[in-house]
Design a protein around this ligand. Structure first.
Ligand code: UT7
Length: 329
C-alpha cells in the first residue's frame, strides 16, 4: 500500500475586506460583541466578477508551484465546496478547465465545513490503492453570496477564500510523510441546525422561495456551537487513541475556524498549548471548506509547519458533519 505526501500547498483570500465596523452599519450589533463572541475582526469577500473556481484557481496554482510538479501529472481534482459556481458542471470540472489540466478525474465533494478533511481522506484512499498518483485537493467557498446581511446571527461569521493541496504518492525515501488516519462522521438528523434550503429540488428557484428568504443560510447558532465542541473533541480523541499518540506527539492542531470560543474549548479539552494551535479566524472569518487548507498553507509559508511535523486537523459543519485527520507533513 502506498502512502500520501502533501507535496505543496496554496491559498488565496480575495482583496476586499469586510470589517466589524462595516457590519455594524448593516445590523444591530457592536464591533465588541462580534469580536468577543466570535474572535472575528475581518473577513474577505470575493469581487463581483470572482466566483468560487476563480479563487480556487489561484490557490491551486500556488499549490502546484509549491509542489514543483508539472500540472500535466495531476490525475484527479477533488473539490470540497457547498458554494460551487453552478449546479452543473461541477466546480472540479470548471477548475480543471481553468487550470488547463489534461483529461483526468474531477469531482465535487459536499460536506460543508468538514469538506476539506473528507476530500483529503478520499484522495488518500485513491493514493493508497494506487489508483491515482497526484491529486489536487481544493477547499473553496464564496459563501458571502448566501449570507443574509439582515440576519445578525449569521452575517457576522462568514468570509470567502480558497485553499489547495497537491497530495501525491510518497516516493521520497527520506520522508515518513503520510496520513495516519481519518475519522469522518455525519449526524444527518441534525440537518436543520444549519441549512440553505433554497435552490435545490425541494425548493426550486421561484419568486415565493426568494420572498421567503430560503436562498440564504440559516442557523441555530447555539446548538451548532454545542455540537461542534462535542464532535471535534470526540474526533480528536479518537485520532490520538487509534494511533497510540498523545498531545506531546502532535506539533500542530489546525481546527476549523468557525468561532474562537469553539477553538478554545477544543484546545482546552485536548490539553494542547494554545501556541500549537493554528488560528487565523480574526482575519478570515469562517470560509467553510476553505478554513483548514488556508490556515495550513499560511502556517507552512510562515515557516511554522515544517517537514516531519505531526498535525491534527479537526472540523465540523452543516450536515451535521465532523471529522479529524492525523498526518505527518
Ligand atoms: O461552520 C459551522 C458554522 N456555524 C458555526 O460555527 C456557528 C456556531 N455558533 C456560534 O458561533 C455562536 O452561537 C454565535 C456567534 C452565532 C452566537 O453566539 P452565542 O454566544 O451563541 O449567542 P446566542 O445565540 O446564545 O445569543 C445570545 C444573545 C441573544 O440575545 P438574548 O436572547 O440573550 O437577548 C442574541 O439575540 O446575543 C444576541 N445576538 C447578538 N447580539 C449582538 C445574536 N447575535 C448578535 C449580534 N450582535 N450579532
Amino acid at each position: 500500500m502506498f502512502s500520501s505526501k502533501i507535496l505543496g500547498t496554496g491559498s488565496y483570500l480575495p482583496e476586499k475586506i469586510l470589517t466589524n465596523a462595516d457590519i455594524v452599519q448593516k445590523v444591530e450589533t457592536t464591533e465588541e460583541w462580534i469580536f468577543d463572541r466570535t474572535g472575528i475582526k475581518t473577513r474577505h469577500v470575493a469581487a463581483d466578477d470572482q466566483n468560487t473556481t476563480d479563487l480556487a484557481k489561484i490557490a491551486a496554482e500556488r499549490a502546484i508551484e509549491a509542489a514543483n510538479i508539472d500540472k500535466s501529472k495531476i490525475d484527479c481534482v477533488l473539490f470540497a465546496t457547498v458554494s460551487p459556481d453552478q449546479v452543473m458542471p461541477s466546480a472540479a470540472c470548471m477548475l480543471q478547465a481553468k487550470l488547463g489540466l489534461q483529461r483526468c478525474a474531477a469531482l465535487d465533494l459536499s460536506a460543508a465545513c468538514t469538506g476539506f478533511v473528507y476530500a483529503l481522506s478520499v484522495a488518500d484512499q485513491f493514493i493508497k490503492t494506487g489508483m491515482y498518483q497526484n491529486i489536487l485537493v481544493v477547499g473553496a467557498e464564496v459563501l458571502t453570496r448566501y449570507v443574509n446581511y439582515d440576519d445578525r446571527d449569521t452575517c457576522i461569521l462568514f468570509g470567502d477564500g480558497a485553499g489547495a493541496f497537491v497530495l501525491s504518492r510518497n516516493e521520497d525515501e527520506t520522508s515518513n510523510a503520510k496520513i495516519y488516519s481519518a475519522h469522518l462522521y455525519a449526524d444527518g438528523y441534525l440537518g436543520d441546525l444549519f441549512e440553505l434550503p433554497g435552490g435545490g429540488s425541494a425548493h426550486p428557484v421561484s419568486v415565493p422561495m426568494i420572498q421567503e428568504g430560503l436562498h440564504y443560510m440559516r442557523m441555530k447558532g447555539r446548538e451548532v456551537f454545542k455540537n461542534a465542541v462535542r464532535s471535534m473533541n470526540d474526533c480528536c480523541k479518537e485520532a490520538l487513541e487509534v494511533n497510540n499518540m498523545s498531545e506531546p506527539d502532535v506539533q500542530w492542531l489546525i481546527p476549523h475556524q468557525a468561532n474562537i470560543r469553539i477553538i478554545d474549548a477544543v484546545a482546552k479539552n485536548f490539553g494542547i498549548n494554545k501556541e500549537k494551535v493554528i488560528i487565523n479566524i480574526q482575519r478570515t472569518g469562517n470560509t467553510s471548506a476553505g478554513t483548514i487548507p488556508i490556515a495550513f498553507d499560511e502556517a507552512v509559508r510562515e515557516g511554522k509547519i515544517k517537514r516531519g511535523d505531526k498535525i491534527l486537523l479537526a472540523a465540523f459543519g452543516a450536515g451535521i458533519t465532523s471529522g479529524s485527520m492525523l498526518l505527518e507533513y
